[in-house]
Design a protein around this ligand. Sequence first.
Ligand code: CA
Length: 221
Amino acid sequence: MRILLVEDDKLLGDGIKTGLAQGGFAVDWVTDGRQAELALAGEDYDAVVLDLGLPRVDGMDVLRRLRTAGSALPVLILTARDAVAERIAGLDAGADDYVTKPFDLAELQARLRALLRRARGKAEPLVRHGELVLDPAGRSVSYGGRPVELSPREFAILQELLVNAGRVLSKSQLEEKLYGWGEEIESNAVEVFIHHLRRKLAPELIRTIRGVGYMIPKEPA
Ligand code: CA
């Protein structure tokens, strides 16, 4: 899951980026509204964490333009504790949720998971596929009732393939969901993670669509 973080406060932004990365999110961090608009135009995100008071282009304007352009991307706004009017304006301008500063990083992560779930039209927190159960909050996986140990990247790939079951994801799409800007990507990393997932789960679970990418079928075999 790839998140765009827009926050001009360096200390807070750094803390949020680190916290979300530990929670398994790939995070791109920008510090003004203009950079946010460029990032949104050029990259495929799953959600945005948006501060409202921003240099160059205000966060509220970023949000309004995003919605005017027809984007349904989940947006969580960061607001000051005493700024009730700002929260109301933000929600009415198309934000999906908010947290007030200072906030707990675990709560921010939980709210993001809820937004991502609802964006897929799901209320059930666990992702199920036949004998496979993935818990985004606990970051755990079981197969046929037995727990399976996955590395953070293996977990992230499996999650992407599961929430997109029935769709073929290319290697570069998977890389985008796994790595934020500036993170080193080994050229055959995705192939290696897929190989490990097949070995740890079931060889037939993830299909290779030659020349296109990888897919978990919509219906379990
Ligand atoms: Ca700010």
